[in-house]
Ligand binder design. Sequence first.
Ligand code: C2E
Ligand code: CA
Ligand code: CA
Ligand code: CA
Length: 279
Amino acid sequence: AKGDGRGVYRYYADEMTQSARERLHLETRLRRALVDDQLVLHYQPQVELQTGRIVGAEALVRWMDPEHGLIPPGRFIPVAETTGLIGDIGAWVLAEACRQGKAWLDEGLPPLTLAVNVSPRQFRHADLAAQVMQTLIETGLPAEQLELELTEGALMEREQEALDVLQRLRAIGVGVAIDDFGTGYSSLAYLKRFPLDVLKIDRSFIADIPNDPDDMEIAAAVIAMGHSLGIRVLAEGVETVDQLAFLRFKHCDRYQGFLCSRPVPPDEFAALLRAQITR
Ligand code: C2E
Ligand code: CA
Ligand code: CA
Ligand code: CA
């Protein structure tokens, strides 16, 4: 009842226990998912604008839950991030993407850039460069084919350490992309300090092209700035031919989006590549 302070408190306490219990439950299931091979990677094509050819793929994790079906990463990556499970998941994603990339290479498919997401926590805690080096050796994927997607937040948190990791990755020959560019801290000074290969324009700046003139200015400015710094620019979330035409006109290097394909299972992705070879 109203005014019953203790009752209200009890109510919230129950709520919290409930959500904590749910999180623990999810964490337990997720841990088992890793052991039981319930995680899978889907691949979304990255297309070169000039040629229209698929030149890369972003690996995106999904959870094949026997009870609930395919669970998207937005539903479990944040939990994994807060529980620390992201370290194991991240290591699995990296190894699986590299293994798949090497398998495609061995099947005679053209070399691709394989883009792998690295969460902020994974970037901060693991010895990322050593882990990457080890994984490349174990899988046999050429370093030049691997690209790590980091967020601005991860880089800005401990700049000196971040710079050190990026320099080691550069020395190995692995590429580095800034994911969701324009949505984070965006102190532009870091573009000069960090050795970067790719800026990925966040899809929120692409969605309203050609209706929003501000977004068009921002996208064009990012492309121009990237190029003047010697950094490749990729547009995310391209869904329409108008968006594609605009990006081509502005000399954007690559794009990703439903216009070409949704993220698909590995065999479907390989089929897309084969269709392209025979074209
Ligand atoms: P992200 O890295 O920004 O990935 C792009 C997301 O946009 C993907 O969602 C993709 O399916 C979606 N997308 C691609 N093209 C379009 C489009 O044309 N329109 C629209 N509306 N959406 C598009 P997904 O696969 O659900 O992944 C969501 C987020 O989960 C990712 O965002 C990333 O932050 C995270 N994530 C996914 N896989 C991994 C992973 O292996 N490790 C880590 N740490 N995070 C991951
Ligand atoms: Ca990404
Ligand atoms: Ca992104
Ligand atoms: Ca995004």
